[in-house]
Design a protein around this ligand. Structure first.
Ligand code: CU
Length: 176
């Protein structure tokens, strides 16, 4: 092996990053920058750091906003922070993370601006009464699927399909 170790390492890192982007784009081809490296191993499908389960959206009762929920499992041995969530513009004007907190002596919703840490091996429940997602100016209808993209502090993203459900089914304990 005549390649210097440093350069080799950098190239492998580049290939891994490229594979991640390609996987996200649903495209298996590699780019020119990676073509001079034997990438048979690193081209294997990237394992997502976080698995999203049971994603669902409350069918909108108000025009201004509706809540959405999911369970996120961090299967790695490192803490990771959920930074933002997003949905296509066709489904809502914007999406964000909220939590319930005491505001002037009353429980109210507060935007989460610094992310939510998911401990190594831990689970984050975005659920009624706790951390949750909020879609602003939603245009979704019951029975539709909404692709929600979760972005993490390590730069990875995971997109999960969320079913739009009547509120009675989606969150029996919380009216929004
Ligand atoms: Cu909220």
């Amino acid at each position: 092996m005549f390649t210097s170790p440093t350069r080799r390492t950098r190239l492998v890192a580049l290939v891994v990053a490229t594979a991640a982007v390609a996987a996200l784009a649903g495209c298996s081809s590699t780019t020119k920058s990676a073509s001079n490296v034997d990438n048979t191993k690193s081209a294997a499908p990237m394992t997502a750091t976080v698995t999203v389960m049971n994603a669902r959206v409350n069918a909108p009762v108000l025009k201004t906003q509706t809540a959405a929920f999911a369970t996120l499992m961090n299967k790695t041995n490192k803490d990771v922070t959920l930074m933002t969530v997003s949905v296509p513009a066709a489904d809502a004007a914007s999406a964000g993370l909220h939590k319930m907190a005491m505001v002037n002596g009353k429980m109210d919703m507060v935007p989460v601006t610094t992310g939510i840490v998911i401990k190594a091996g831990g689970t984050l429940m975005l659920k009624p009464g706790g951390f949750h997602m909020m879609l602003m100016m939603p245009t979704v209808k019951t029975g539709h699927m909404v692709p929600i993209t979760f972005t993490f502090s390590d730069g990875t993203t995971v997109t999960a399909s969320a079913m739009v459900q009547p509120v009675a089914t989606a969150s029996p304990s919380m009216k929004m």
